[in-house]
Write a protein that binds this ligand. Structure first.
Ligand code: ACO
Length: 331
């Protein structure tokens, strides 16, 4: 019987901004401490894009991924960028990246599912490959959440960082084995960020004053609600994708989860009754980089030689929307 067509990751790459801000440095900006931040989140420092744009970070990550996959930009059929923090509403970040890297044949568009963005974009790419429409797809998660934060709000500004990660996904007989995706818009208010374009909005003579869009867009979060949501839904959707693919937990080499918070990952490990060692973490270095966190970690593991052909990995993302999901693949 012919092998079913799926998608295999053939290259990974990542890029983080140069500026590193430690918890100590942050405590000069807001009333906080390394002890408070680290004990609650597992974060010691993060990178902040002072000069780089989301597209700059994404393009660098993409170039490394293509180099590892040994493919040329003009071979790319589709370029997806998962982001919720691009500087431009249009042209989208994906089109900016396409121009920077010279992926002249590629269709390109952005996807926004907040911190689940990369996982959902990877799932979309997989569906395109399975359908036979495309052969080589570049999937990028890139964020500059520092531009959406209220730097006077210590309960949120300490959590996030900027960065990008990318993978090349190619049509193959092995690779992605299954996926589950979920959303619950009724609980969307626990993690929000309005878009602010007052200059354009306020020139609209048909808007009532009260309807005008605020100038300041900053992220707001009910931290404990997000915590409870993640600890409950992440293990559930992982169990779901394991059942969907007939895979036992013992077969999984690593669970590569969105790097929101070390306590969420520990909670998920506990509920799944799996050792924490199977849940690699790098939020200590980079903070929560939203849609970039999964490909950033994947690239780190790949560069360190920790991923071997045939390893089974579960990727799981969760975030605003609310959105969450899991994907199982063979490396
Ligand atoms: N430094 C010092 N004190 C702080 C800080 C800070 N950075 N932030 C808040 N506090 C204070 C609060 O003011 C409060 O003080 P009070 O008791 O005097 O009023 C106290 O700490 C407790 O505040 P809580 O908001 O209850 O803090 P909590 O223990 O819930 O921790 C945290 C907050 C870390 C955000 C936690 O809720 C959490 O882990 N949530 C998970 C959500 C998450 O990780 N989100 C990431 C983004 S979303 C995503 O990626 C899916």
């Amino acid at each position: 019987m012919a092998e079913q067509r799926t998608g295999r990751i053939t290259g990974t790459g990542s890029c983080v901004p140069d500026l590193c801000i430690t918890n100590e440095r942050l405590s000069e900006v807001v009333d906080t401490s390394d002890a408070w931040i680290y004990s609650r989140t597992g974060i010691h420092r993060r990178r902040i894009a002072a000069d780089e744009t989301v597209a700059d970070l994404a393009a660098e990550a993409a170039k490394s991924a293509m180099e590892k996959a040994k493919i040329l930009p003009e071979e790319i059929d589709l370029l997806l960028v998962a982001t919720c923090s691009g500087e431009m509403l249009f042209p989208g970040t994906a089109c900016q990246v396409q121009a920077r890297i010279g992926a002249v044949r590629a269709a390109a568009f952005d996807m926004n599912a907040a911190c689940s963005g990369f996982l959902f974009a990877l799932g979309t790419a997989w569906a395109y490959l399975k359908s036979g429409l495309y052969e080589k797809i570049l999937v990028i998660g890139a964020e500059k959440l520092s531009r959406l934060l209220d730097w006077g709000d210590r309960s949120t500004c300490v959590l996030f960082g900027d960065g990008a990660g990318a993978v090349v996904l190619e049509a193959d007989g092995k690779g992605i084995m299954g996926m589950v995706q979920h959303a619950d818009g009724n609980k969307g208010q626990v993690l929000t960020c309005p878009e602010g374009h007052e200059t354009a909005g306020s020139s609209n003579p048909f808007l009532r004053k009260t309807e005008r869009i605020p100038n300041i867009s900053s992220l707001e979060m009910e931290g404990q609600e997000v915590f409870k949501f993640a600890v409950k839904q992440v293990p559930r959707c992982i169990e779901e994708v394991l059942a969907q693919t007939g895979t036992a937990k013992e077969e999984i080499r690593y669970y590569i989860l969105h790097q929101a918070n070390s306590r969420i990952l520990s909670g998920a490990a506990k509920r799944l009754q799996e050792p924490e060692g199977k849940f690699p973490m790098n939020m200590e270095e980079y903070g929560n980089t939203s849609a970039a966190s999964i490909p950033l970690l994947l690239d780190e593991l790949n560069r360190e030689g920790k991923l071997q052909r045939g390893d089974k990995l579960v990727l799981s993302g969760f975030g605003a929307g609310l959105t969450w999901g899991a994907l199982l693949l063979e490396w």
